[in-house]
Design a protein. Structure first.
Length: 183
């Protein structure tokens, strides 16, 4: 027993009073707390500093069909009511009216746009000044179908590009949005 007693005395009188002994004591204490926490929490507990969910959040069962807005199928062709011009022609006519004539008043300019624009677009253009509209000569019209009743037309001018969004809820194509990009 004297060997055990001497070992205990050595630990308490010499080892724990030295810096190395204090450092070893703190390390044993920290490892004990961490080990006990892991044993108590269990192996599958994902609590920690991250707030990420343990699994992907899904709103649709994985075996359900495609619910995305972007379809991998081909885009349907634009549908035009019989006797009405196609979206390409409306885009050309709108661009001609949009570019206007020299000396044209704002009211005359809006009247020229009226047959080719939706009421919502005409409301947005109510305070627009045709003198601020970029000038140029149309060189090319490219239409990208986005659906049966929605297309995007890109009109290339010698001074930039005009992007038009056309809608046809009843088969008659009208411009609903205009965006100008200078070249």
């Amino acid at each position: 027993m004297s060997v055990v007693r001497r070992a205990i005395e050595f630990v308490f009188t010499r080892l724990l009073r030295s810096r190395l002994g204090v450092a070893l004591g703190i390390a044993v204490l920290v490892l004990g707390v961490v080990g006990a926490a892991r044993v108590i929490s269990g192996p599958d507990d994902s609590t920690g500093l991250s707030n990420r969910p343990p699994a992907p959040i899904t709103t649709v069962h994985p075996t359900t069909g495609d619910d995305g807005a972007i379809s991998t199928t081909t885009t349907p062709s634009p549908v035009t009511r019989p006797g009405e011009p196609p979206p390409e022609r409306i885009a050309e006519r709108f661009t001609t009216a949009w570019l206007g004539q020299p000396g044209q008043s704002a009211e005359q300019w809006r009247q020229e746009l009226r047959p080719f624009a939706t009421p919502a677009l005409l409301d947005k253009l109510a305070g627009a000044d045709p003198a601020g509209v970029p000038t140029g000569k149309p060189t090319e019209v490219t239409v990208r179908a986005r659906g049966e009743t929605f297309v995007e037309a890109l009109v290339t001018l010698d001074t930039g590009r005009l992007r038009l969004e056309l809608v046809a809820p009843d088969g008659r194509w009208l411009v609903d949005a205009v965006d100008w990009e200078r070249s």
